[in-house]
Each structure stands twice: as structure tokens, then as C-alpha cells.
Design a protein around this ligand. Structure first.
Ligand SMILES: [Zn+2]
Length: 249
């Protein structure tokens, strides 16, 4: 089995401990191999989950064993091809950023940005990325009514390169919010909207350095709502979609 040799190196890959040349070869393989990208993704998610859980409590040995068993038995092979490839690219990006993310204490705002990136990656990897599938903002917007404690406007996309794929509920810590998923070219972009006062950290409006975050992101606040636009699309596309949202709100 050709993937067996990759699998033995997966942990080292996720920890970025392989030599540069092997890291690049592994990146290339993960982009094209559904099995290995699924394994890498669950490895990334496990690391992230353990990292944030580790800040909240210390698990007992039995609890740890139980968690590891439940994770090991979870089927991970139900990817649809398009989303799977997007997820594979996202995995490569996240693995690239993992070292900087895991070293040292992160500030509250960095933690929020990292969780937003996780939500975006989890969406790309999900077998049902959207809860309401529609390209029509007049269908997507009312779907959120009664599900989240605020209303928002979605931009008109005519004469733009963006298309709306749909939306889903998003949770940051325990705060409910809206996630809209857009396409531009081959890239998926998520737009997250939360109530500013419900967020766990005070944030400032800015664009984020993709070398630190592994995605391009822009965030701003308007009318008591905090917006995040994130994706592996070009900075100009992230800015373009952000501008459409700012004009609509
Ligand atoms: Zn493989």
C-alpha cells in the first residue's frame, strides 16, 4: 500500500519535524490523496481540540483513554471530492501555521482568530458544508431568523466574481453566529458574523498577516456586529468581499 510510508511519518509531518524536502513532498501528497488528507485533517483537529481543552481542565488518564478510543474509531472517509480537495489545501495551510500557533501563549484576540480559522477549515472538511444551500440571499438571510439573536444584511453580488453557496450556524466558544460561504474562482471564503459584545476578546479592525494565520482574513465591527472574512483566496478578493459586506450593512 503506497500510503503506508506516509502514514508512519504523519505525526512528524503535523509537528513539522520532517526535513524541508520531505515536508514539501508530504504537502504535495496530501493535496492529492484523500486518505492521507483525511488522516492529516483529523490529526490537526485532534491537536487543536486538545490544545484548547488543555487550557480548561486536566483530563484524567481514563478520560484521555476514552477520548483516544472514540477518536480512533470515528470514520473519516466520507469526503465529497470538491470539498475534500479544498480541505486538503486547508490542511496544508494549517499544518504550515501550526508551529507558530502552538508556541507560547497566544493573546485573546489571536485565540479568536485561530478559532475562526478552525471553523473555516472544519467547514471545508465537512460532508455537509452548508445547512441552507442557496445562491439567493433572499433565501439565506431569513433562514437565520430565530436561530441567531441578531439580523444582518447580505450584499448584492451582481457584477462581482463572488457567488453565494449557502450558510450555516457557527459557534465561537458558546456564542451563536452566522457563517456564509462564498465561492470565488476555485476558492471558498467564509464570512462569519457574531455579536461584538458576546465575543471572548476585544478585537480591533484589521487585516491579518497570512504568514501567521495561514489564511487571508479581514475583520471589522459595524452596528454592534463583528465580521470576519477568511479564506485562501487572494487578499484582493478577501478585501473585495469585505467591501461588499460593509456597503450592505
Ligand atoms: Zn496517501
Amino acid at each position: 500500500m503506497v500510503c503506508e510510508s506516509w502514514k508512519t511519518q504523519l505525526d512528524s509531518y503535523l509537528d513539522r519535524e520532517l526535513p524541508d524536502q520531505e515536508m514539501r513532498a508530504f504537502d504535495a501528497h496530501v493535496r492529492n490523496c484523500a486518505t492521507c488528507s483525511a488522516d492529516a485533517l483529523s490529526g490537526v483537529q485532534l491537536k487543536r481540540a486538545m490544545q484548547s481543552a488543555g487550557k480548561r481542565f486536566t483530563p484524567t488518564a481514563e478520560f484521555r483513554q476514552r477520548m483516544l478510543r472514540s477518536i480512533a474509531s470515528k470514520p473519516q472517509r466520507t469526503f465529497r471530492l470538491g470539498w475534500m480537495l479544498a480541505a486538503a489545501v486547508a490542511v496544508v495551510l494549517v499544518v504550515g501555521a501550526i508551529t507558530s500557533t502552538y508556541l507560547g501563549n497566544r493573546s485573546g484576540s489571536d485565540q479568536v482568530f485561530s478559532e475562526i480559522a478552525d471553523l473555516h477549515v472544519a467547514t471545508l472538511a465537512s460532508s455537509s458544508p452548508v445547512d441552507v444551500i442557496s445562491t439567493d440571499r433572499h433565501t439565506v438571510k431569513p433562514w437565520f431568523q430565530g436561530k441567531i439573536p441578531f439580523a444582518f444584511n447580505l450584499p448584492e453580488l451582481q457584477n462581482s466574481d463572488f457567488s453565494l453557496l449557502g450558510g450555516r450556524m457557527a459557534y465561537l466558544e458558546q456564542t451563536p453566529g452566522a457563517q456564509l460561504i462564498y465561492n470565488v474562482g476555485k476558492h471558498h471564503i467564509s464570512v462569519f458574523i457574531f455579536q461584538e459584545r458576546a465575543l471572548p476578546a476585544k478585537l480591533s479592525d484589521r487585516s491579518l498577516d497570512p504568514r501567521r494565520l495561514s489564511f487571508n482574513m479581514q475583520t471589522w465591527s459595524r452596528g454592534g456586529l463583528r465580521y470576519f472574512v477568511i479564506g485562501d483566496a487572494a487578499v484582493s478578493d478577501i478585501d473585495g468581499l469585505a467591501r461588499l459586506f460593509k456597503n450592505a450593512s
